[in-house]
Design a protein around this ligand. Structure first.
Ligand code: NDP
Ligand code: MG
Length: 352
């Protein structure tokens, strides 16, 4: 038996889209880190059981207190049956933040919680000195100043395909050599439609994303282009640029994940088939590369990659977010809060 790696990993949002893909990467590359703790909302007890049996975390946190009992019963029974020690279970939002801050330098925490509730865990990781693999972009949107002030250079590795791409494009480039960034957008399921044509859209239509399979909130945000708007702000904070130096271009194939244009007129792009395990593995293993992590592009058959401007009339989300970023203070938090409420109301069928 090979010894367990010394590096520990805490995964926040383990049962979500990014969380499950992170555990998939760890199963295939067990040398990256051993799973120290998992945090979940608690709505998927059976998946938690599977994850605990496969990864044997020492700590398990359920953020929703009313769901902790069901998770605890299911995990306890499964561990007894398997003859393995059950993880220490805690519940509540404060326990999530405590778990986030419980590691230290040399360890890694991947924050894949959805929403601004991810901010306090993000700050706790930064204070602990562990690497922060950050999928929870809302942390940067609502608390960008706080987060960047707390972060040591290189401590945050983005787990968002666009920002992972930009970080790779900028490897070896000095900040003063960057002219602007180009964030690509698939355009979502409603690309090409007019405002009028979107009046009667229902959640099922909004959740049918053409290129990515993701959690419900980010998928809804992709349909409105709010996700791209959040990503513009995310890029401003991660790469320390004003919003007018972060361009957005629609690229329906989702193959070029983003680009950086340098002062000499050269544009550097990162490309791969759409698969979030690429971004996850990059952030966990950096500066190493994981062999065979995801499929590479295949140029033996013809393909076309297209680029077109954003329709700002149908999709005003990006220009609104730019205004919020210029305004600063609480405007970005207000933007995100308004969107979290609107997306929840839309998904619950309360608004159109
Ligand atoms: P999901 O909705 O699929 O997963 C969210 C996860 O967080 C679930 O495990 C959920 O538990 C858990 N959770 C919910 N509330 C809390 C809480 N308060 N404390 C701890 N855990 C909690 O989301 P995604 O995986 O799609 O997205 C996660 C984040 O990553 C978002 O910020 C998103 O914008 C970002 N992102 C996602 C991408 C993707 O491809 N999915 C791509 C780029 C960024 P439960 O299962 O019990 O509900
Ligand atoms: Mg993205």
């Amino acid at each position: 038996m090979t010894p367990a790696p010394a590096r520990r990993l805490v995964l926040l949002g383990a049962t979500g889209s990014i969380g499950a893909q992170t555990l998939d990467v760890l199963t295939r590359y067990p040398d990256i880190a051993r799973v120290h703790g998992l945090a979940v909302g608690g709505s998927r007890p059976r998946l938690v059981v599977e994850q605990v049996l496969a990864h044997r975390p020492e700590h398990l946190v359920v953020s929703e207190p009313e769901r902790a009992g069901a998770v605890s019963d299911a995990v306890g029974a499964a561990c007894r049956e398997a003859g393995i020690p059950a993880p220490r279970l805690e519940y509540g939002q404060a326990a999530v933040t405590e778990l986030a801050g419980s590691l230290g330098p040399g360890d890694v925490v991947l924050n894949a919680i959805t929403g601004s509730v991810g901010l306090l865990p993000t700050l706790a990781v930064l204070a602990s000195g562990a690497r922060l693999a950050l999928a929870n972009k809302e942390s940067l949107v609502v608390g960008g100043d706080l987060v960047t002030r707390e972060a040591a250079p290189g401590q945050i590795l983005p787990v968002d395909s666009e920002h992972t791409a930009i970080a790779q494009a900028l490897a070896g480039v000095r900040p003063e050599q960057v002219d602007h960034l180009v964030v690509t957008a698939s355009g979502g399921p409603f690309r090409g439609r007019t405002r009028d044509q979107l009046a009667d859209i229902d959640p099922e239509q909004a959740l049918a994303h053409p290129t990515w399979a993701m959690g419900p909130v980010i998928t809804t945000n992709s349909a409105t282009l709010v996700n791209k708007a959040l990503e513009v702000i995310e890029a401003c904070f991660l790469f320390d640029l004003p919003e007018d130096r972060v361009e957005v271009v629609v690229h329906p194939q989702s193959i070029v994940h983003s680009m950086a244009t340098l002062i000499d007129g050269s544009t550097i792009a990162q490309a791969s088939p759409p698969d979030m395990r690429h971004a996850i593995g990059w952030a966990l293993a950096h500066p190493e590369k994981l062999p065979g992590l995801a499929a590479a592009l295949d140029f033996s058959t013809a393909q076309s990659w297209t680029f077109e401007p954003v329709d700002e009339t149908t999709f005003p989300a990006i220009s609104l977010a730019r205004a919020a970023h210029r305004e600063g203070r609480g405007a970005m938090a207000a933007y995100n809060a308004a969107n979290e409420e609107a997306a929840a109301a839309f998904l619950a069928g309360r608004i159109r």
